[in-house]
Design a protein around this ligand. Structure first.
Ligand code: PLP
Length: 372
């Protein structure tokens, strides 16, 4: 947050912009050239884009020419799902709406009670025949943080001739990311989840994957995404991409904070539910339910106390809906509609955790839920 005294614990929604990104954006805005122009000004802008491309490629350990810059993670997911032309598309039931709501006739793969995609259901779907599929499975869920068995699912899918896309937007800097090791054909990233500017992302496209553009006319990004590149945004993305490796080596201290938060809640508010805690999770994410108290009420009360978190559910136009992720995990409405997400970042402190616990305990107490 800029200004004021605030505990920002909503880094899965968007991470605070890092100074390196802001500096790179400001510098790039002062470059006059269009990266497609052949003169010196154009070449200077092109250099910024290509340096950023190399940095972003390094996040996923791939060569730079695999990166297609887009206007964010949502656009990258749309390009992946619509660009291959595959008629049969199967995605997990817990994907972000930018995967779930993109093509007609999508098949959804169920998840277990722990929030992990059910590999038997995927196998049954693929063995059921039909035209070659496109399978999309996220690397880590944005609401619960639960990490999905992408490499295993991709190996299975590829044995059935399927193409595989992975929405890895929540992964960089939190867990290791290697596109080749995952064995996927396409992978989505978004700058603002790692402290870069909003409205810029990338689809990384594996060698030999045929992809038709969704945005046409101009031929930029090797014909895969037309439109003059968002040079400043891309430069900001590149600047934070180079910080991801350092984040990963420091993520242990974020995990310690998150685990301490959950241990204290278990002791102090026994009625609270920690969702997905038996599965492998992102080290920064806690999905917490206070049964019977709507997520919206909790988020608003916490906000008044200076703590920013999200409802466990997607929140669009300021309206909180029951979480499709938690419903897919089989959780009843008094949990699925009553869960919030606390997501930490490199700047989170012990004080933020104390403040959250004090505020959440007060919310529970006002609803008659006693602290231990
Ligand atoms: N995928 C996941 C898992 C996300 O959490 C988000 C953002 O909330 C997106 C995709 C969309 O990314 P963007 O905000 O860059 O469009």
């Amino acid at each position: 947050m800029t200004g004021g005294d605030f505990s920002y614990l909503d880094c899965n929604a968007t991470a605070p912009v890092r100074s390196q990104a802001a500096d790179a954006v400001a510098r790039a805005l002062m470059e006059t050239g269009n990266p497609s122009s052949v003169h010196a000004a154009g070449r200077a802008a092109r250099r910024l884009v290509e340096q950023a491309r190399a940095n972003v490629a390094a996040i996923a350990s791939v060569p730079a020419d695999r990166v297609v810059f887009t206007g964010g993670g949502t656009e990258a997911n749309n390009l992946a799902l619509r660009g291959t032309g595959r008629k049969r598309v199967a995605v997990s039931a817990i994907e972000h709406p930018s995967v779930l709501d993109v093509v007609e006739g999508i098949e959804t793969i169920p998840v277990t009670g722990d929030g992990i995609v059910d590999p038997d259901a995927l196998a049954a779907m693929l063995e059921g025949g039909g035209p070659p599929a496109l399978v999309s499975l996220m690397l880590a869920n944005n609401e619960t943080g639960v990490i999905q068995p992408v490499a295993e699912a991709a190996a299975l899918a590829r044995r059935h001739g399927a193409l595989v896309h992975c929405d890895a937007v929540q992964a960089p800097g939190r867990i290791a990311l290697d596109m080749v090791a995952l064995g996927v054909d396409m992978l989505t990233l978004s700058a603002h989840k790692i402290g870069g500017p909003k409205g810029v992302g990338a689809l990384i496209v594996g060698e030999g994957v045929e992809l038709h553009p969704v945005i046409r006319g101009g031929g930029q990004e090797r014909g895969r995404r037309s439109g003059t590149e968002n040079v400043a945004g891309i430069a900001g993305f590149g600047a934070v991409a180079s910080l991801v490796e350092g984040d990963l080596s420091a993520v242990g201290s974020i995990a310690v904070l998150r685990d301490r938060l959950e241990e204290r809640l278990e002791r102090e508010i026994p009625a609270a539910r920690i969702i997905g805690c038996d599965a492998p999770r992102l080290p920064n994410t806690a999905c917490l339910a206070l049964p019977g108290i709507s997520a919206e009420t909790q988020v608003m009360a916490l906000d008044l106390d200076g703590v920013a978190v999200s409802a466990g559910s997607a929140c669009s136009s300021g309206k909180v809906k029951e979480s499709h992720v938690l419903r897919a995990m089989g959780l009843p409405p008094d949990i699925a509609g009553c869960a919030i997400r606390v997501s930490l970042g490199p700047g989170s402190t012990e004080r933020d955790i104390d403040r959250f616990i004090a505020a959440w305990t007060a919310v529970a107490a006002r609803a008659g839920i006693r602290a231990a």
